[in-house]
Structure formats: C-alpha cells, structure tokens
Ligand binder design. Structure first.
Ligand SMILES: C[S@@+](CC[C@H](N)C(=O)[O-])C[C@H]1O[C@@H](n2cnc3c(N)ncnc32)[C@H](O)[C@@H]1O
Length: 374
C-alpha cells in the first residue's frame, strides 16, 4: 500500500493576507490557486520552497463564526507544524529580518537545531534543522522535469513570462554576432534561441530531453535550419571535442542537480577561444517563492516541474572548475520598461530575476579533472 499525507488545512481569515505572509515573508511557493465558484471559495495550496516532496498546506478561509474563532488556535496552542530546513541559521536570520515573530532563541536538541515561530495568525511552528542521522526530508525531486515540460510545451510560448522577455535581450546582447558560427543550444525547449541563431546565420544544433518541447520547436518556421536532437543533459554530450564556436543555454540550470557535468561538457565541445553564454533564473527569485511553473490548461492546476535552488557562487565555481574563463557574470533586475512591456514583471521591478554567465574556453588551458558527473 502506498499512501501520502498530501495536504493539511490551515484556517485563515483571508487567502491573500495568508499568501502575502507565507509567500512574501517565508518564501513558500504557491502551488494552486483556483476559484471554486459553486462554494464561493478558492482552492489555495502552498508548499515550502526547495521543491522537496512532502506535505502541502491548504489555506482554507474560515467561513463561519466557529471557524473564525479557531483561526490561529486550531491546534490548541500546541506546536502544530514542523518545517525542516537544510540551514536553520540562514532561515532564522532571513525571517527575523522579514519580521517573523520567533518565540525563543534557536536551541540545540539531540535531534537537531530548533526554534519556534508564530505564523501571521499565531499558530506555532517548529523550524528544525535535523542533526545528521535524524533527517526525514528527502532531497529535491527532479523526477517530474521532463514530463512537466512535455505538458508545458503547448503553452510555453504564450505564457507572457517576464523572465523570458528579460533573458532574451540580455543573452543575445552578450552573445553578439553568430553568423557563420557553429552554435549549440543546451536545453533548447521550444527553440527560442536556436531558431533566432539560425535566422542570424549560425549553424545550429539544439538539444532537449522533452519531446513535447522539441515537437513545438520542430513545428516552427525555420526549424529545418536547426538540427534538433533529444538528449538528457545529465549524460555526456553526443559530440566530439572542440566542434562548436558557441554554446548557449537558457534557463536550464535550475533543473540540474549536478552542475559540474554540465559545464565540463559545454567546455569540452567548444573550440579553444569559443564562448558559452548561460542564463539562469536568479536565486533571489526563490526568496519570492518563484521557480519554473505553469498553469496546466487541461486541469487548471499550477505545475512545478522541479527545481533546485543553486547560488550564483555555485554557478561560477562549477564554470571555473570546468576550465572556463569567466568574462562576466551579470545579475539583472526587472525595470519599469520591462513591466510596461510584460505586466507580470511589475511585481519584480528592482528585484534580481536573471543571472547571465559569459564564459570562454581559453586556448591551451585544461582543467585538472575534466570528468563528467560532478
Ligand atoms: C525553462 S525551459 C528553457 C527553454 C529554452 N532554453 C528557453 O530559454 O526558452 C528549460 C528547458 O530545459 C529542459 N531541460 C531540463 N532538464 C533537462 C535535462 N536534464 N536534459 C535536457 N533538457 C532539460 C526542459 O525540457 C526545458 O525545455
């Protein structure tokens, strides 16, 4: 028998007030938010950040005087929620700065470090970093990335996604002219960069492991000028050494747990003097509860294919370990102009949304351990 405790109900006074607090302050991720008109309610589900499988919270608006009286007291004053973290000191500092009310100082117990805080209604929560050997949380699951993108494919290009708008101009400006170059696009998706580069005169090869995304790419005008291949980037690239002048990769890194293999392979297939331009959603977006997600048009559900929160330092160090020279690392925020163009950018104005790594394969430098799989 396989059963999972999937949802626990948290009584709230107001959906948006609760979302502001859990998503805005704690960085929880909105998973579902859809109207239930026949009951005059919304079905609102949130989850802790980090993409780990586990129990989610259903935010239920109290609709009777009895229920309203229980908001914040549904567990009789006991600690009712146990939130595991991989770094209690980090979360404690961040949340204190965000005005979260802690009811004690962090303390060390045999099972780990723990501190109790109150949510916006007064419910008590344990924030817990388990001691080695006591961890119950499982690592982030990336199992759903491929199938998630297969489902996303049909609407991916129509999402009015502000990150894509910001990324497109930034990456292409960094890449410069590509006419006459051999260019490889890693995680091409629906072929956004690949088709543009082919139109700009590059000889383009483009890889992705989602057949759904590739099918969209192959159906677009100009697709016959691109070699689209199905390939899982967690495996070595199916190319000889030094056969491309440029590697591009747009918004893929959050879906890869191990970065070393990705960068080592990107560097291996570049000719000496070649360049890689790699973009990623900025890790600061995780603090706003953002990770790759879409609303499935069939079910109306918000789907998160699965993401890992890497740091900018982790990107840079993986590139350096692979033997790249770093020409530049840009951190790019949304601005008013972007918000005017893509309204969903308005809530991120001034906030870093994008990291761009501009890398070069130096002629003559070989990394000490050019191995795949790190
Ligand atoms: C956010 S989309 C970006 C697509 C495209 N680069 C763009 O910028 O529009 C991420 C893409 O990475 C692909 N992807 C994620 N993990 C992958 C893996 N292990 N191997 C190959 N492709 C992967 C997904 O299928 C998806 O198409």
């Amino acid at each position: 028998m396989a059963q999972t405790l999937a949802l626990v109900t948290l009584l709230v006074h107001d959906y948006d007030e609760a979302l502001d607090w859990f998503v805005g302050r704690l960085g929880f991720v909105p998973v579902e938010d859809r109207p239930v008109p026949e009951q005059g309610k919304r079905w609102v589900v949130i989850a802790p950040p980090g993409g780990r499988p586990g129990c989610r919270l259903l935010l239920a608006r109290a609709s009777t005087p009895d229920q309203q009286a229980l908001v914040g007291r549904q567990l009789g004053g006991r600690v009712g929620f146990f939130l595991e973290t991989d770094d209690l000191a980090r979360d404690h500092a961040r949340w204190q700065a965000a005005g979260v009310r802690f009811l004690e100082a962090p303390r060390r117990e045999p099972y780990g470090e723990v501190v109790v805080f109150a949510d916006c209604y007064g419910n008590r929560w344990d924030l817990l970093q388990p001691a080695p050997g006591h961890a119950r949380a499982t690592p982030p699951s990336l199992d759903g990335v491929r199938s998630g993108y297969d489902r996303w494919a049909a609407v991916y290009d129509h999402d009015a996604n502000p990150l894509l708008a910001l990324e497109e101009s930034t990456l292409r400006a960094a890449l410069g002219a590509v006419a006459g170059l051999d260019l490889l696009d890693l995680g091409t998706g629906t072929g956004r960069h690949a088709l543009w580069a082919a139109g700009a005169g590059a000889r383009v090869t483009a890889l992705d492991f989602s057949e759904g995304m590739l099918a969209q790419a192959r159906a677009k005008p100009g697709a016959d000028r691109v070699r689209f291949l199905a390939h899982d980037l967690r495996q070595p690239l199916p190319f000889a050494d030094a056969c491309f002048d440029r590697v591009v990769s747009g918004l893929v890194l959050e879906h890869l747990e191990a970065l070393d293999g990705f960068f080592a392979e990107a560097r291996r297939v570049l000719r000496p003097g070649g360049r890689a331009v790699v973009s990623a959603m900025h890790p600061a977006m995780c603090l706003r509860g953002s990770q790759a997600r879409f609303t499935d048009p069939d079910s109306g559900l918000v789907v998160q294919p699965g993401s890992v929160a890497h740091s900018v330092g982790a990107f840079a160090m993986a590139a350096l370990r692979a033997g790249f020279a770093v020409r530049g690392i840009g951190e790019h925020a949304a601005d008013e102009a972007l918000a005017a163009r893509v309204p969903r950018a308005a809530r991120y104005v001034g906030w870093p949304m994008l990291v761009l790594l501009d890398l070069a394969r130096p002629a003559g430098f070989e990394p000490a351990t050019p191995t795949f799989g790190g």
